[in-house]
Design a protein around this ligand. Structure first.
Ligand SMILES: *Cc1c(COP(=O)(O)O)cnc(C)c1O
Length: 373
């Protein structure tokens, strides 16, 4: 089945109890036991499993053709659980431009528990190879990356991880299951902040781990999920599932609009640079073409002579709200250097854009007006 069909049907049948077409939300935290001690639908207590979460997990696994999936209360909780499953005294290779929260988890939360890390430039496969150690358990990829939209070669890096006895996990939040399929090209785990494109409406936090195989490592993941309980509520699962129903259509529209906007801005005399993997001028356009079916709704734009001018341009935009996060129906823009603070690697005039579902001509006109002051 194609992903548009999977997104609509996976994890959902007409409700057997009521014939409701739209799935009910099961708020009950506890489930009745039969006289023989069994549980009719296999549910016992909501931290272990809940009908809404189970349905969502089945759907997530189907979206990337994984063997299993586990759902968490945020993207960061999903990452944290994988790191807990990897265990102490292990070494992790991570991109030097990884999502700030991911880097912070590995370094500041797990460092004191004996986790070592090497932060490398993942656009250079040789750097990953050189970083491998005997106790390397995890090679973490994030592509395209934040905020420069750098692209890492998933297949090549996964092969290096496996050669060194490590697993390869990909933060596929920006790629989405629609455009990029890490499990099909060598990765063992695909992670999503479902807060972004899967939820898709900027109204629900969540995170997922999708596994190629339901192996011993992934059973540790689900055991930590059930025991630790960093799980989403039934309503949050329901909202995320509702978002997934339109994921393929939204992502295809956002990709097409972003590609046209990137083209327009890269030809604009008042724009210094556009970072978008779909532009032939992008340094890793060839790698992106190899592993993505389109190039997504995220881009970064360098405009303005300095920080002040760049922020002024963002403030003059009327259709792009200045806010963090991404993947919703509305376009957002963010001055990364001031959000990240001291030590940021983001250029002073860089604006990160999440393209929404507005009409391309309206977005172009808005940018043109804002750039011209
Ligand atoms: C937002 C984001 C996360 C973290 O997700 P939360 O739901 O905010 O915890 C991780 N990775 C990427 C690429 C993200 O964009």
């Amino acid at each position: 089945m194609r992903i548009e069909t999977i997104a609509v049907h996976a994890g959902h049948d007409v409700d057997p109890a009521t014939a409701a077409v739209t799935p009910p939300i099961h708020l009950s935290t506890t489930f009745a036991r039969e006289a023989d001690g069994s549980y009719r639908a296999g549910f016992l207590y909501s931290r272990y499993a809940n009908p809404n979460r189970t349905a969502l997990e089945l759907c997530l696994a189907d979206l990337e053709a994984g063997a299993a999936a586990a759902m968490f209360s945020s993207g960061s909780a999903a990452t944290m659980t994988l790191l807990q499953a990897i265990g102490p005294n292990s070494h992790v290779v991570i991109p030097d431009d990884a999502y700030f929260g991911t880097l912070k988890l590995v370094r500041d939360v797990f460092g004191p528990w004996g986790m070592e890390l090497s932060a490398v430039d993942m656009t250079k496969v040789g750097e990953v190879e050189r970083a491998m150690r005997p106790n390397t358990k995890l090679v973490w990829i994030e592509t395209p990356s934040n905020p420069l939209l750098r692209v890492a070669d998933i297949a090549a890096i996964a092969a290096i991880a496996h050669k060194g006895g490590a697993i390869c996990a990909v933060d596929n939040t920006w790629g989405t299951p629609v455009l990029q399929r890490p499990l099909d090209i060598g990765a063992d785990i695909s992670m999503h902040a479902t807060t972004k494109y899967l939820g898709g409406h900027s109204d629900v936090l969540g995170g997922a781990l999708i596994a190629k195989e339901n192996n011993e490592l992934f059973q540790r993941v689900t055991s930590i999920q059930m025991t630790g309980g960093a799980v989403p509520s039934p309503f949050e699962c329901w909202l995320t599932m509702r978002g997934i129903r339109t994921l393929p259509l939204r992502v295809q529209a956002q990709s097409a609009t972003a590609a046209a906007l990137a083209q327009f801005l890269s030809n604009h005399p008042l724009v210094e640079a556009v970072h978008y993997p779909g532009l032939p001028s992008h340094s890793a356009h060839a790698v992106a073409r190899k592993q993505m079916s389109a190039f997504g709704g995220m881009m970064s734009v360098q405009a303005g002579r300095d920080r002040g001018e760049s922020i002024a341009i963002a403030s003059r935009l009327q259709l792009f709200t200045q806010a963090t996060s991404l993947g919703g129906t509305e376009s957002l823009i963010e001055h990364r250097a001031s959000v990240e603070g001291p030590g940021t690697r983001a250029p002073e005039n860089l604006l990160r854009v999440s393209v929404g579902l507005e009409h391309i001509e309206d977005l172009k006109e808005d940018f043109d007006r804002a750039l011209n002051g």
